[in-house]
Design a binder for this molecule. Structure first.
Ligand code: FES
Length: 99
């Protein structure tokens, strides 16, 4: 079995996980990913920001790879995700007015 690390916790990689959002949620951790749920109906939200091996990337745009080190819960990342969620919600509200 292959593993990666999420916030220093060893997590197995499942064939069912298409993206890191799936892996993070499968191991009972929380991540914001509003456009992942709606299949990007209103565009990309950028709310699933994590750090992968020291680089900020979107969890929904990356598949789980063996030996990756994912940082999920760190104050700056959490704050950045919160801001992106607020911006995305405003964007969705505006888009819904025109649909
Ligand atoms: S879930 Fe929206 S960009 Fe990743």
């Amino acid at each position: 079995m292959e593993y990666l690390m999420i916030d220093e916790e060893k997590v197995d990689i499942s064939d069912k996980d298409k993206t890191l959002v799936d892996t993070i949620r499968r191991c009972k951790k929380s991540i914001t990913a509003p456009c992942y749920k709606t299949m990007r109906k209103f565009g990309t939200c950028n709310s699933c920001l994590v750090e992968i091996d020291g680089e900020k990337k979107l969890a929904c745009g990356n598949s789980p790879e063996p030996n990756q080190c994912i940082t999920l819960n760190r104050n700056d990342l959490t704050q950045e995700r919160k801001k992106k969620v607020v911006a995305f919600k405003k964007h969705v509200e505006m888009m819904e007015k025109y649909m």
